[in-house]
Design a protein around this ligand. Structure first.
Ligand code: 8GT
Length: 315
């Protein structure tokens, strides 16, 4: 089984790398983190991170456990999330932790949801179980929010505390696909591939603080109420890049359709080769002119990925 790499709205779940050892040690060697984890010693020995990271790759290759790094969209380590396969591969145990500075922002829920969904859809699990210390209210809430059902109380040995501790047990069965997914609101966003005389395409980097910060995207944005798509795009290009574009220079190219967690993005992508004015980053955003065959080197929002191959073929 190939190690999974999953992107969520704000996170990248990826295999751990040897270079993560130092950050992992720093984040987990904190009693407020390790004390909530059954299989993590405290203090956490310096060399253990390296060994554990190596063991995660061996376990993934054998299909026994899938422990991934929770990182920001740039790859910086924030914590870990894992599924340990049990009972002839139909069941797995979910576990996760985040460094203390990443608590309280919904990252645990986002990461656990993505890996649990992958476990049901790709590993073919029928059931996922999990447990949380009886006083770990935050972790219990994450599990409940994800649809885990309480299954009573038990005890587990906590290496970090060197004793048995009371835990609440939870489980979630594979969702039945016959039930239609609840409809997400559709968000219409217009975007454009601006192409210069050398055939390069303009990408803009999403600024810090916004959803999907740091990822590269096509200029554009949401429609204002009552606004048509071309008018919205012409307005956005003036606001973001200080260029003047006419509707006749906007040729429809393709579109993106992608379910994010809170909305379904529908994004017509135009292509434009002619504009007036000196293009400049009005909002201080980073800009890059990128050749079509180099687009893959720029991390983009999940919705944009299918557009890259299309752009390469169509331009
Ligand atoms: N402009 C643009 N938006 C994209 C692309 N891909 C993609 O998923 N999106 C999403 O489409 C939405 C664009 O909205 P926007 O740029 O008007 O608004 P925003 O999220 O920056 O926030 P804002 O409401 O504060 O302006 C965002 O959710 C963004 O993540 C893309 O290539 N270009």
């Amino acid at each position: 089984m190939n190690p999974p790499e999953l992107r969520t709205e704000r996170l990248l779940l990826r295999p751990l790398a040897p270079a993560d050892a130092q950050a992992l040690h720093r984040l987990v060697n904190d009693y407020s983190v390790a004390g909530n984890l059954a299989r993590v010693p405290f203090p956490y020995p310096e060399g253990l991170a390296q060994d554990w990271i190596a063991s995660t790759h061996a376990q993934m290759a054998r299909g026994e456990a899938f422990d991934l790094a929770i990182s920001d969209s740039q790859g910086a380590l924030m914590g870990c999330v894992g599924l340990t396969v049990k009972r002839g591969a139909s069941e797995a145990e979910l576990g996760y932790w985040l460094g203390r500075k990443f608590w309280g922002k919904g990252y645990g829920r986002e990461a656990a949801k993505a890996l649990a969904t992958w476990g049901f859809d790709v590993l073919g699990l029928d059931r996922i179980v999990a447990s949380a210390l009886t006083d770990n209210i935050a972790s219990q809430k994450v599990l409940r929010d994800l649809g885990f059902q309480p299954q009573g109380e038990g005890t587990a040995h906590f290496m970090s505390r060197n004793r048995h501790m009371p835990v609440y047990l939870f489980s979630m069965d594979k969702p039945r696909h016959a039930e239609p997914a609840p409809a997400l609101p559709v968000l219409l966003v217009v975007a454009v591939a601006l192409v210069d005389t050398d055939g390069r395409i303009l990408l803009a980097q999403r600024p810090p603080g916004k959803a999907l910060a740091g990822l590269w995207e096509f200029p554009g944005g949401k429609l204002n109420p009552g606004e048509g798509p071309e008018t919205a795009l012409i307005r956005e290009l003036k606001e973001e890049l200080d260029i003047d574009v006419t509707a006749s220079c906007l040729a429809p190219l393709t579109f993106a359709s992608h379910a994010y967690e809170k909305f379904h993005l529908l994004m017509p992508l135009y292509v434009c080769r002619r504009w007036k004015g000196m293009l400049r980053p009005v909002e201080g955003q980073q800009l890059a002119w990128v050749r079509p065959n180099k687009l893959e080197e720029y991390p983009m929002p999940p919705a944009d990925k299918p557009l890259i191959a299309m752009l390469r073929e169509m331009l």
